[in-house]
Design a protein around this ligand. Structure first.
Ligand SMILES: Cc1ncc(COP(=O)(O)O)c(C=O)c1O
Length: 458
């Protein structure tokens, strides 16, 4: 390790408080220090080359080096490094990005607002639902439903909407207006003999039960990721979205598709909504919108909702909401360039092509003694690790089997993410077939390393 790396680690341990981190472990072990990246590879302070099998945080779509994005950012910084979008001020890049996104987005959304993170996009969606419900004379329609293990962000509202117990504990959350319906993990929760379709019908019935118990007239919206990401790369079971959307329609409840991870190619279409036939009223996106080169997020919605906002703006004299960096010129320019790159390289075609190889390797790993279930689409795959796959017996959580796989994978040169004992594998969208082969070999080796540790105990 170089002196510089040693110094960075000491500085980090002394001052930097890390999000979503075990703080004691950090004080004792220090950070994994990543010094640079290129293509799908990141490099740590030991000089180790690691394939990023988690795309940073599901965001680094074009990998870690892109001349065009870097040049675009610099040119924009030299032309107009900042411009507010408050007080009816604008700039050409944000206007162009707004038009482009409304044309690209699923459903008939026609209005867009910008923020800097997925959390802010979802938080703004919640505010707009409340705001427009008052315009419609339904101020009590405030409840928002998410799903157990769903992940929608970290503001007070979006963390309440997320179904992640470790993000609620000790914070006095969730807020009472946020409810959670069942996690559609077919493998874990199906009743013996139940088909996927039957399971989906049961999930939708549970959802309806919750709506009826809360009072449909009090429910503003349901938020969902097309496929669950932060909860462990969980693909929806057969028929799930058909049955869930039928319930939403029956009770006139708005549907917000959180496309923060699925958006821009991850599932082999521009949107997860297209992959699974979702018809959202509101769409939120972030991450790959700017290829993660700049913090940008967007919230897209229909004209009907916009008209209700105008009504309230007339009443109050202003639409009283906004973030300083909303529609930042550098973020808008970088996002436009990223969208150009996606189109020129036929990103969707590329993901579909390499996905065949990726998923073939992933499904082959399903034969490994640690792996109980594999399910993926595009470049997005989840693995359920179990002590006994047929009896669905989980490992003792204190063994931290998922974390073991993650650590062995790091040692082997692959970054993968363990969410409990589920592994999430989602490499940058530019990954090629040779890199996929290497990544999957490393994953297999990490599973073997872990199996060597636990096989004596099972
Ligand atoms: C589906 C989903 N929605 C929202 C968010 C929150 O985005 P951010 O971390 O940019 O606030 C995330 C973050 O990973 C996410 O996965």
């Amino acid at each position: 390790m170089t002196v510089d790396a040693q110094q960075a680690i000491a500085q980090d341990m002394a001052h930097h408080v890390h999000p979503q981190t075990n703080l004691r472990q950090h004080m004792e072990q220090g950070p994994t220090m990543i010094t640079h990246g290129k293509g799908v590879f990141i490099y740590d302070d030991q000089g180790r080359q690691i394939i990023d099998g988690f795309s940073g945080l599901g965001c680094v779509s074009l990998g870690y080096h892109n001349e065009r994005l870097a040049r675009t950012a610099m040119e924009q910084m030299n032309t107009l490094p900042f411009a507010p979008t408050f007080y009816n001020r604008s700039h050409p890049k944000v206007a162009a990005l707004g038009e482009r996104l409304t044309k690209l987005a699923p459903g008939d959304v026609n209005r867009v607002m910008f923020q800097c993170s997925g959390s802010e996009a979802n938080d703004t969606a919640i505010k707009l639902l409340w705001y427009t419900n008052t315009a419609k004379g339904e101020p009590n329609r405030r409840k928002i439903i998410g799903r157990t293990r769903g992940y929608h962000g970290n503001t007070i509202a979006t963390v309440s909407l997320s179904g992640q117990p470790h993000m609620h504990a000790k914070f006095g959350l969730p807020l009472s207006e946020f409810k959670h319906t069942e996690l559609p993990n077919y493998y874990r929760f199906h009743i013996d003999g139940e088909t996927e379709e039957e399971f989906s019908v049961r999930m939708a019935a549970k959802f309806e039960e919750l709506i009826l118990a809360e009072g449909p007239e009090t429910v503003a919206a349901f938020f969902a990721e097309p496929a669950i990401s932060g909860g462990g790369a969980l693909m929806p079971p057969e028929g799930y979205w058909t049955h869930m959307q039928a319930v939403l329609k029956k009770y006139h409840i708005k549907f917000v598709a959180d496309e923060v991870v699925c958006g821009f190619g991850r599932t082999g279409n521009w949107w997860g909504s297209q992959t699974w036939g979702l018809e959202p009223d509101i769409v939120t996106c972030a991450k790959a919108l700017s290829a993660a080169f700049f913090p940008v997020s967007a919230l897209l919605f229909k004209d009907e909702m916009y008209e209700q906002m105008v009504h309230n703006s007339d009443a109050v004299g202003v639409f009283g909401h906004g973030y300083t960096y909303a529609g930042h010129p550098v973020g808008a320019a970088v996002s436009l360039e990223a969208l150009d790159i996606y189109e020129e390289m036929d990103l969707i075609g590329h993901v579909r092509k390499v996905s065949e190889r990726f998923l073939a390797h992933c499904y082959a790993l399903g034969d490994h003694p640690l792996v109980a279930e594999v399910r993926g689409v595009g470049l997005f795959c989840g693995f359920e690790l179990m002590q006994n796959a047929s009896k669905r017996t989980p490992f003792d959580p204190s063994w931290k089997v998922g974390e073991m796989v993650q650590n062995f994978a790091h040692d082997r040169g692959l970054y993968l993410r363990a969410i409990g004992d589920r592994m999430s594998f989602m490499p940058p969208l530019i990954i090629n077939e040779e890199e996929i082969d290497i990544a999957c070999e490393r994953f297999k080796a990490a599973l073997d390393d872990t199996w060597a540790q636990v096989r004596g105990r099972v």
